[in-house]
Design a protein around this ligand. Structure first.
Ligand SMILES: [Zn+2]
Length: 129
């Protein structure tokens, strides 16, 4: 594949609400955000791939004090989600009460979604499945 993976392209897919990960043609490992080299076998023969959008919540934190750009959105969750395909992504979490982090359970199934933030940006997000 001639496409060089860039973070800019990855973010563009998210803005278009068309999330893609990067997949190794040789061993099938799926990586996100993209890296030019496969973590599994070292191959550089990789291509963009769609994912199921299903995952589970591995970890999360609540952002109360945000930088100026994100102040209007606080408090909000940032989570680490392990996709069904095996890769882990950092993502916004939506559909959870940000005042009640004690209600968020690790390991629960989540589904890909997108967060349209007050700043006008679109972020990768996951919501309870
Ligand atoms: Zn590989």
């Amino acid at each position: 594949m001639s496409d060089k993976p860039t973070l800019a392209q990855y973010q563009q897919f998210i803005r278009e609400e068309n999330f893609k990960a990067y997949k190794c043609v040789d061993c099938g490992m799926v990586i996100a955000p993209p890296n030019g080299t496969c973590y599994g076998c070292g191959s550089t023969n990789m291509e963009w791939t769609d994912v199921s959008g299903k995952g589970k919540l591995i970890s999360f934190t609540v952002i109360h004090i945000a930088s100026e750009e994100f102040q209007a959105e606080a408090p909000y969750y940032i989570g680490i989600v392990e996709l069904e395909e095996g890769t882990r992504v950092t993502s916004r979490l939506k559909g959870f009460d940000s005042e009640k982090p004690e209600d968020v359970t690790l390991g629960i199934p989540v589904l890909i979604d997108y967060e349209h933030a007050a700043s006008g940006n679109v972020y990768l997000a996951f919501k309870p499945a």
